[in-house]
Design a protein around this ligand. Structure first.
Ligand SMILES: C[S@@+](CC[C@H](N)C(=O)[O-])C[C@H]1O[C@@H](n2cnc3c(N)ncnc32)[C@H](O)[C@@H]1O
Length: 209
């Protein structure tokens, strides 16, 4: 009987620093003139694939540190015939600068990143100052960084980091969360949290032109 491989729930980002296979974007996507959008920690791909289907004129990239999830979403994208999605196995923190040239991205989504609850594990969180700086470099002027978390403390600490950032602004003002954009698909995590009735903290920042 075929056994289902167990997919790890978490991968310590400090333990994964393999060199990334940097895609040749011009070969991966049919048209590089189209906007490019990145989903950091794309996991099951619900959000990424739904968005790719909704917006066939945009190129979507999913970054994921767990290989089984990368393989799974690649298969799903192939089955769905989506040619505007590409998955990259990587540690987003470690490989970002190699992957994306300056001012090349229209938007970046960080949906429900692992909160790493214990204080001594906070350094494993994806939203480090260095990462935010790299995202700022990769976004085009007016590009957007979206962040969603069910963990209030994490969300607030990121909102404060972003408030202090000279190149990003929050259209909602200060550390005020954003409304849910009804055009965005639900992520796997989001659907689960909504079912549980959990509070969800959303933010959107815009890179100054
Ligand atoms: C809690 S899940 C959320 C998944 C999805 N975004 C959602 O909202 O349903 C966080 C995902 O980020 C991935 N991840 C964590 N750290 C990462 C990193 N440094 N680089 C790339 N992916 C990472 C995890 O493997 C996991 O799939």
């Amino acid at each position: 009987m075929a056994s289902k491989a167990r997919v790890r729930q978490h991968r310590n980002p400090f333990a994964f620093r393999d060199p990334v296979a940097v895609p040749k974007w011009g070969e991966v996507f049919e048209d590089l003139e189209r906007p490019m959008v990145v989903d950091v920690g794309s996991a099951h791909g619900d959000f990424l694939l739904a968005l790719a289907e909704q917006q066939p004129q945009t190129n979507f990239v999913g970054l994921e540190i767990r290989e089984a999830m990368v393989d799974l979403v690649r298969r799903k994208a192939e089955r769905a015939g989506l040619s505007n999605v590409h998955l990259v196995l990587c540690n987003a923190n470690f490989s970002w600068a190699e992957l994306f040239p300056p001012a090349s991205l229209r938007a970046v989504f960080v949906n429900f990143p692992d909160p790493w609850f214990k204080k001594r594990h906070h350094k494993r969180r994806v939203m480090t100052d260095a990462f935010i700086e790299q995202v700022a470099d990769a976004l085009e002027p007016g590009g957007q960084l979206h962040f969603v978390s069910d963990y209030a403390d994490y969300a607030l600490s990121v909102a404060e980091q972003m408030l202090a950032h000279p190149r990003f602004s929050n259209p909602a003002g200060g550390t005020t969360p954003a409304e849910r954009d009804p055009d965005l698909p639900f992520t796997h995590r989001e659907a689960w949290h909504l079912e549980q009735g959990d509070a969800i903290h959303r933010y959107r920042w815009v890179l100054s032109a």
